[in-house]
Design a protein around this ligand. Structure first.
Ligand code: ADP
Length: 497
């Protein structure tokens, strides 16, 4: 029996393929990995682009490498895709060539459009329909920009000659030799064009954002059969049997399938996704309402909050100010102090995300004294991860999300034992890090394995023993620290005004 799944993890900075073997008990082990870095283009301030052709070539190359390494295409049952979300591609339906560079999720070029729509009072309607706030982050305004920027594209869209899609759609189109123009419902939930509850494109939103519906892909479930690969690519018509956006795939990778299950990925930034169950929740605290996953007709919704600067604060201490020479030193340096000495660092380098949404806020350090030194900066940067996580969890509670049993974590920063204990202490929650760290790729593999019947359900969490941190800080200590943090956030916001 074919027991291997080819997971494609198309991220912001690299493209990876991983071959997973699925044991008869439903366990997943990685047999081969291949990765290629992705060039970042910054044509203007606030603009970020990727070359969609480069993304496709890297996908093909990494897939071919792992297929070879894992013993050949005949061992594979299916492909699962996970991808950077919101990044938008416009391509020619006849040739399959991109008509412009892809506009990356971080790109702010359409800020004037979302500002105008906000001023016109459209945000409540958009939020109620999609769960999202009006922000250039989401694909709708990027799609419209692409159609306006490429000469003739709008006319050609009306004639059905061009296609729009997020990276999952682009890759599925290329893998299937142009036979499938589809997206999964989690990626679609990030466009601001999909009705969050019914999971169909909405004509009123397509009209508001000026995106022709006929250029959009068909919306499918996360384990659906999305098409078969062109046999010329790998030597067999391997089915593409699942897709999910990266954060949602990580939710599935962690096995966070029940209401109240949540995961946070601490990388450059940090992304919290909390499973809220079988009904969408529209946030009152500026969290994002989004789809967790859709399996067949069953769906689970989620609330999401992002921290713009997490590990990047540690990178700044290393590369920007040179207080450490390696991220790993941060832990030992933080531990040289008995406490933070009243020093707080609000890492608002690129503004503050949920629940503050202060794009103009900047990095702020408070409480410095004559004996503050590098250790205080480092400790304050690590502590900030926990305070920001607490802010997100409080917003979740205020939105009526089910209480958290455990906070599941992954990402580069989780190697830092001091930071993870501090998260447990400040958030008053048990923190769990699985032994296997590739939660995003694992999620895509699990979705595809479910789709082809290699596993029966997604409920079984990864089996290896996780690392666990439990809260042990006293309440008065925590309250004092949180007061200090809130004062620092206030200072960061006031300074920006
Ligand atoms: P991404 O996927 O966003 O590129 P990763 O999950 O690879 O991020 O994590 C990289 C981040 O983790 C970097 O910002 C780095 O500074 C941080 N990091 C790595 N190791 C540690 C550590 N031991 N302590 C604190 N931060 C760390």
């Amino acid at each position: 029996m074919k027991r291997l799944i080819l997971a494609i993890d198309q991220g912001t900075t690299s493209t990876r393929a991983i071959a997973f073997e699925v044991s008869p008990q439903g366990g997943f082990s990685a047999l081969a990995v291949s990765q290629i870095e992705l060039a970042q283009h910054f044509p203007q301030s606030g603009w970020v682009e990727h070359d969609a052709a480069e993304i496709w070539n890297a996908t093909l190359q990494t897939c071919r490498e792992v297929v070879r390494e894992a013993g050949g295409i005949d061992r594979f049952a299916a492909i699962g895709i996970t991808n950077q979300r919101e990044t938008s591609v416009l391509w020619d339906a006849a040739t399959g060539e991109p008509l412009h560079r892809a506009i990356v999720w971080q790109d702010r070029r359409t800020a004037d459009v979302t500002a105008r729509l906000t001023a016109e009072g459209h945000e409540p309607m958009v939020q109620n329909a999609t769960g999202l706030i009006l922000d250039p982050y989401f694909s709708a305004t990027k799609f419209a920009w692409l159609l306006d920027a490429v000469p003739g594209a709008r006319d050609r869209a009306a004639r059905g000659e061009v296609r729009l899609g997020t990276i999952d759609s682009w890759l599925t189109w290329k893998l299937t030799g142009g036979r499938s123009h589809v997206t999964d419902a989690t990626n679609a939930s990030r466009t601001a064009l999909m009705d969050l509850k019914t999971r169909v494109w909405r004509d009123d939103l397509c009209a508001l954002f000026d995106v022709p519906r006929q250029a959009l892909p068909e919306i499918r479930g996360c384990s659906d059969h999305l098409g078969d690969c062109d046999p010329a690519l790998f030597g067999a018509a391997l089915p593409v049997h699942g897709a999910a956006g990266d954060q949602q795939a990580a939710l599935v990778g962690h096995g966070a399938m029940r209401p109240g299950d949540a995961k946070i990925t601490y990388g450059t930034g940090a992304f919290l996704v909390a499973n809220v169950g079988a009904e969408p929740v529209i946030s009152t605290r500026r969290l994002l309402g989004t789809l967790g996953y859709q399996i067949g007709e069953d769906a689970a919704w989620a609330l999401e909050g992002s921290i713009f600067s997490a590990g990047s604060a540690i990178q700044w201490l290393r590369d920007g100010v040179g207080m450490i020479s390696d991220s790993r030193q941060s832990e030992a340096l933080a531990r040289t102090l008995p406490d933070n000495g009243g020093v707080y660092l609000v890492p608002g380098f690129t503004g503050l995300g949920a629940p503050w949404w202060q794009p103009d806020a900047r990095g702020t350090v408070t409480g410095l004294t004559r004996d503050s030194g590098p250790a205080h900066f480092v400790r304050a940067a690590l502590e900030a991860l926990a305070y920001q996580t607490r802010d997100l969890l409080e917003a979740l509670t205020a939105d009526g999300a089910p209480p958290l049993a455990v906070l599941r974590v992954d990402g580069g920063v989780t190697a830092n034992d001091f930071a993870m204990q501090f998260v447990a202490d400040i958030c008053e929650v048990t923190v769990e890090r699985p032994a296997f760290q590739e939660m995003t790729a694992l999620g895509a593999a699990r979705l595809a394995a479910l789709g082809v019947g290699l596993i029966d359900d997604l409920a079984t969490a990864p089996s290896e023993t996780p690392a666990v941190w439990t809260p042990r800080m006293t309440a008065p200590e925590r309250d004092t620290l949180l007061r200090g943090w809130r004062g620092a956030v206030k200072a960061a916001i006031i300074a920006a005004q």
